[in-house]
Design a protein around this ligand. Sequence first.
Ligand SMILES: Cc1cc2nc3c(=O)[nH]c(=O)nc-3n(C[C@H](O)[C@H](O)[C@H](O)COP(=O)(O)OP(=O)(O)OC[C@H]3O[C@@H](n4cnc5c(N)ncnc54)[C@H](O)[C@@H]3O)c2cc1C
Length: 463
Amino acid sequence: MTISSPMIDRLRSGFGGTVLTPADAGYDPARVLFNAMIDKRPQVIAQCASPADVQAAIRFAREHKLEIAVRGGGHSVAGTSLAEGGLVIDLRLMHAVSVDPVARLADVGGGATMSHLDRATGAHGLATTGGRVSTTGAGGFTLGGGGGWLDRKFGLACDNLVSAEIVLANGDIVRASADEHPDLFWGLHGGGGNFGVVTSMRLKLYPLNTVWGGLLMWPAEAAPRVLRAYRDFIEADAPDEVGGGCAFATGPEADFVPAHLVGRHIILTIVFYAGSEADGRKAFAPMLGLGHEGELLVEVPYAEFNCMFDDPPGHRNYWSAEYLRAFPDEAIDAFCGSAAQMLVPSPSQHALFLGGGKAGRETADWPLPWRSAPWCSHPFGVWADAKDDQRGRDWVKLSNATMQPWATGAAYLNFMGDEGEDRTIAGLGRQNYARLARIKAQYDPDNVFHLNHNIRPTGLAAE
Ligand SMILES: Cc1cc2nc3c(=O)[nH]c(=O)nc-3n(C[C@H](O)[C@H](O)[C@H](O)COP(=O)(O)OP(=O)(O)OC[C@H]3O[C@@H](n4cnc5c(N)ncnc54)[C@H](O)[C@@H]3O)c2cc1C
């Protein structure tokens, strides 16, 4: 339906935040997502300031038959947080984080980013698992599972979810926790934005001050040796404080990158230690002794570390991932082979992230079949020019295909664009998907929240 000015005036009356239409000056900046390939024009962007605004926006969209998209940090690579011709529930005004340092809990607004979370908790010498950059939305990240530098130490982000306030498709506001709507609470551990709009989350916190880490660099030709050493280092019982991984990248122009690596295909070890430099150096001794050719190593507050690798916005992105049951020499050679095809120079990376630690030991039955894999091959294609779109996508697909012999088959929905329903099911597990579909049928029977890795309500799934 085409939305008229009087309709918008009605929505605006009593709305605490801001309602934008294409006629408003703030409209274009408000529809920019991290992935510059996504260029959608919603009719309405409802920048909500409270749960009541979210209720009003949902009711308005349903009354006028507008598709609803929910936007937090705008990092969905698939661009699910914008609706062409529809209504966006933009949560960015709801970014407050309040910390109870005694109970070690944070109440996090549905539109907060990692930066809001890290800085608020860091002020009390506390932290929790967040994403690997500071600009990702805490909402989309946590509801999809949420892995980062600290997951081996503190578990996945969703493991630390204590409760959530959620506005449902019918406009009701409920709290989900282990005791209240436990089925819905279970679904929020991997089911993403399928069940409603989360306006606030309560997360567990842990003591953490400074962390130590950064990058070690070598030319790409050293990768087979570096990756073997890294695998052996991790598999020799690396402590939970060790996070990070390895990545192929283009050597950036920066003070800490030696001239001979700038603009070249390089292999990095991303060093992360949730503790002091002295302890970190002991833990990382096997990697520090390999003769790297460039380094950046610092001991800094966690909030600062989490900004160090903020990816540049405004690029075109296509991402995917395969979780690996093992990383033998043949897999390393295959990984290096597909990395040789990536776009260089570009901000693309072919990352190898590690699993295990507390995240791997968690016994709760959340619908996250990928969590037990020891390794994750994560190609993320990032480029500037539309003429590279096909090449960028093809490379990511090639990488996934190359790693198939070692893949568990489980996907991580937060790391993927739209790869079809089978991959959504692979991201949740077939049995879990059936249970999630029943929960979806209870809380969102009309599939109002379908711009996401969609779980179709039971009945639709049978079509
Ligand atoms: C640069 C970059 C780095 C990343 N690093 C990591 C990482 O280290 N670890 C990791 O696990 N993932 C990472 N991701 C993936 C990221 O977790 C997902 O893309 C996640 O969905 C982003 O959440 P968002 O709120 O920023 O995104 P948005 O695009 O705003 O939202 C994506 C979807 O999440 C849902 N959603 C978001 N907020 C809410 C809410 N409050 N209530 C209900 N539904 C909501 C909606 O369905 C929405 O369509 C990264 C992504 C990028 C682009």
